[in-house]
Ligand binder design. Structure first.
Ligand code: SAH
Length: 245
């Protein structure tokens, strides 16, 4: 599927500039985002990867949406994306920040294969992808507490997400969840779990993104890892979801 090049580039530049993220872009990166969009739309006809098929909406909801997080990540960070789906935020983060590495995890193999294919096509050598359940990786000695930052978008409520993410974060690292309007409520529900898992809630960032005259809230809920996660966590998924900490 071909996307109008010039229209796509002006959409990228306008959308990023309007929100103060133009400095993250370059001509080469725009070309790669175009390739990604074409590949996403072509593969979407075979597998259901995204409900958003209008290139302008893709720019806003998939690419710009990841820009605030891309700006926040420390230099050279080793990042894990829990429940990456078709590669969000993995692919925009890796594209916008060539200094970081992203380990993308999803339980659905076809989505992980798509992410691997995209990384290859776009020459993103800073992306690794694995089909696995996050709660299993949390008990893998080579990965447990092995990441500077765990990120996640649209996977689960915060009280569930903390048990999937925090065991994978090193002490001194952070979990950053891309959330929406319910963020405050979700935080309240997750407080006990955060402290049991060795975390401490920090202020995070109250981001709001503008698109076509509307404002969309995208708070980044941030938990610092202050002590080791007890070895009994994460539990099996049925327990995590039925009896959140
Ligand atoms: N982050 C992507 C996808 C969100 S959909 C985006 O924002 O577009 C949620 C994804 O999380 C699904 O692809 C699902 O397979 C994955 N997922 C849910 N629970 C998981 C778990 N315990 N371990 C790994 N992946 C999980």
């Amino acid at each position: 599927m071909s996307v109008d090049r010039n229209a796509f580039f002006s959409e990228m530049n306008a959308c990023f500039s309007e929100n103060g993220y133009a400095s993250l872009l370059s001509k080469t990166k725009n070309e790669k985002f175009l390739l990604l969009t074409e590949h996403l739309l072509a593969e979407n006809e075979k597998y259901n990867l995204t409900a958003i098929t209008d290139p302008s909406e893709i720019v806003f909801r998939h690419y710009l949406d990841c820009a605030p997080l891309a700006r926040l990540l420390p230099q050279g960070a080793k990042v894990i994306d829990i429940g990456c789906g078709a590669g969000f935020p993995t692919l925009p983060l890796a594209l916008l920040r060539e200094d970081i590495t992203v380990f993308a995890v999803d339980s659905t193999e076809k989505k992980v294969n798509f992410v691997k294919g995209c990384a290859e096509r776009l020459g993103l050598t800073n992306v690794t992808a694995r089909a696995a359940r996050a709660e299993d990786l949390g008990h893998d000695a080579s990965l447990r507490e092995g990441f500077d930052i765990a990120v996640s978008r649209a996977v689960a409520a915060m009280k569930i997400l903390v048990e999937l993410c925090l065991p994978l974060v090193r002490v001194g690292g952070q979990m950053i969840a891309m959330k929406g309007k319910n963020a405050l409520f979700e935080v309240r529900e997750a407080k006990r779990g955060i402290s049991l898992l060795g975390g401490k809630l920090t202020e995070g960032e109250d981001i709001a993104l503008k698109y076509k005259g509307e404002v969309f809230e995208r708070p980044l809920l941030t938990v610092e890892k202050i002590s080791h996660t007890p070895t009994m966590y994460p539990r099996a998924y049925a327990q995590i979801s039925k009896k959140p900490l």
